[in-house]
Design a protein around this ligand. Structure first.
Ligand SMILES: [Zn+2]
Length: 342
């Protein structure tokens, strides 16, 4: 999210302002000709932040009801974002969390309208308008905007999560392109930014959802290649090549000293060595590997591999080396599943 300033907590959730919003505020102050209208601009800006915060709190508090925490709420020039710690378990929960924000905005808009009818203050009319736009704009069915999430959750009930995500993301990109075309035709720069943001966010969310779908329910052993051969620290490259010959399809072999895992040797590395008898496997060991329990969720292992940028992991069961997971194989699996599902 880049640099942002913590301005406090509401309901225990940190509220942050992204630095670009300060630039916009300064611009508002400078752009106004007189000090009076400048101050009014700041007042409107504060009302806008307040309205966006209320909208995001709507998402966050409904999410909390379903046991999903919110890490932080970030206020951006084009709206806000409540960063949830994880995705909700069921489509119905996602739907209610997504719709809560626009509902808060529309209720606030209605209240401001009633107050404006009672007391004719311009500020109330602005509050009415700002919240109406916030509520309606977010309901545009462009994933990952709220309306797109509502659509995805609704579709997931009868076409499954994966297809629903694809359809919602496609529609999201379509709306994004429409926004960008309108932005160019009417010289609306901000709408163009929003369109570009939606376009890339829709694709990123789609990818994350696909990976979650493929990886989410699996255990490490589901993607593991069993390794019959474990190389000792004193093995030669020729031993490794022999090991690969007896385990076709295995992309890497573990190198261990007793129960202590030193790393792995990749098949390509071993096969590329001229006169393998004269070289020790030690020279080829990829030591940047993760050792992980086979019973653990696959996502847990991939997160660890991602953090340490490892290409391979050694899988253990009851402290014994039982197999290997390589990044190439995981990616291959994801690619295959993507094609199969749609
Ligand atoms: Zn929202």
């Amino acid at each position: 999210m880049g640099w942002s300033l913590n301005i406090g907590r509401l309901f225990g959730i940190p509220i942050k302002i992204h630095f670009s919003l300060f630039i916009l505020l300064g611009f508002l102050l400078l752009a106004s000709s007189s000090a009076g209208s400048g101050l009014y601009g700041v007042l409107i800006a504060v009302l806008l932040f307040g309205s966006v915060t209320a909208h995001e709190l709507g998402h966050a508090l409904v999410a909390r009801r379903y046991g999903v925490d919110t890490k932080e709420i970030v206020l951006l020039p084009i709206g806000g974002a409540a960063l949830l710690s994880r995705n909700p378990d069921e489509p119905k929960q996602e739907l209610l969390i997504a719709i809560a924000g626009p509902v808060v905005s529309l209720v606030l808009s209605g209240l401001a309208f009633l107050a404006w009818q009672a007391v004719a203050l311009t500020v109330l009319a602005d509050l009415f308008f700002v919240n109406l736009v916030l509520g309606l704009f977010n309901l545009v069915p462009a994933f990952p905007m709220d309306g797109g999430r509502v659509l995805r959750a609704g579709l997931a009930n009868w076409m499954g999560n994966m297809r629903a995500t694809r359809v919602a993301a496609k529609l999201g990109r379509l709306v994004a392109v429409a926004f960008m075309v309108i932005a160019v035709v009417y010289s609306e720069i901000i709408l163009g930014f929003i369109g570009a943001f939606i376009f890339f966010a829709a694709t990123a969310e789609e990818r994350a959802a696909i990976i979650q779908n493929i990886v989410g329910l699996r255990r490490v052993t589901d993607l593991m290649q069993p390794t019959p051969a474990i190389l000792g620290a004193g093995a030669t490259v020729a031993d490794a090549i022999a090991g690969f010959a007896s385990s076709p399809g295995v992309a890497a072999l573990p190198v261990a000293f007793g129960t202590h895992v030193l790393g792995v040797v990749h098949r390509g590395d071993a096969e590329g060595v001229p006169s393998p008898d004269e070289h020790m496997v030690n020279e080829l060991v990829d030591r940047n590997v993760v050792t992980h329990d086979g019973d653990a969720p696959l996502m847990e292992l991939l997160t660890r591999m991602g953090q340490s940028r490892s290409r391979a992991a050694v899988v253990t069961a009851a402290n014994e080396v039982v197999g290997i997971v390589t990044l190439d194989r995981v990616l291959e699996e994801i690619r295959a599943a993507r094609h199969a599902e749609f």
